[in-house]
Design a protein around this ligand. Structure first.
Ligand code: SF4
Length: 215
């Protein structure tokens, strides 16, 4: 199965999934969308009201803000893959429960493996915790970290910035540094960029989960 076929297979399974109780209240599951060879993957928390209505990720106000943030760094949402840690809307936008995260985790793992992005931007604490457990987003937001030879950039969820205006400037500032992290990921010898120069010793991607002083 190639990456496109794998993503289609995941999406078809997600749309009829009954592995956790979130399927009882969902209108549409939201598998995620984007190119199968995306360099960058954004991973949020879970579908909200509009996502549940449309079956697409980040289509509400937070999605609009995400598109504005991408435009600020010269990117379009069509260039990135956007997914969530849970594919069905938690009722009332509550936090996903541990058993829901565990039940849905395999779908996201298959998506990451198929796309093999050189950089993953986590949006919010639940997606951050998948890659960087026992960390606090308030302490590491915006700082790229190598995890299993992939660069992870934890960021606040755009919705959090919309609900807490004081966070908005932080999210915008973190996003503006993203091109530097992308360049670091490219230089990190990820398999998609085979002709890149060698990585400086102090920035080797083989060091697990070490926070780098890029910013
Ligand atoms: S949230 Fe994930 S595991 Fe739960 S029903 Fe939806 S697709 Fe299945």
């Amino acid at each position: 199965m190639n990456s496109l076929e794998t993503l289609a297979d995941v999406a078809s399974q997600v749309r009829v999934c009954e592995k956790c109780t979130l399927h009882f209240s969902r209108k549409n599951a939201v598998p995620g969308e984007g190119p199968s060879d995306a360099e960058i993957m954004f991973i949020g928390e879970g579908p909200g009201f509009y996502e549940n209505e449309q079956g697409r990720p980040f289509v509400g106000q937070a999605g609009k803000f995400l598109e504005e943030l991408l435009a600020e760094i010269g990117m379009k949402r069509e260039q990135v893959f956007i997914a969530n840690v849970v594919k069905c809307r938690p009722p009332g936008n509550r936090d996903p429960l541990p058993e829901e995260l565990a039940a849905c985790n395999g779908y996201l793992d298959r998506q990451i493996e198929a796309i093999n992005p050189c950089i993953v931007v986590t949006l919010g604490r639940f997606s951050m915790a998948k890659f960087l457990p026992n960390t606090r987003i308030s302490e590491i937001h915006g700082h790229p970290v190598w995890v299993n030879q992939r660069l992870i950039v934890p960021m606040f969820h755009p919705a959090a910035a919309l609900h807490q205006p004081s966070l908005k400037a932080t999210v915008i500032a973190d996003f503006k540094r993203l091109p530097e992290a992308i360049e670091m990921a490219r230089r990190g010898g990820h398999k998609k960029i085979e002709d890149s120069p060698a990585v400086p010793e102090e920035q080797t991607p083989d060091e697990p989960a070490e926070q780098l002083s890029l910013f």
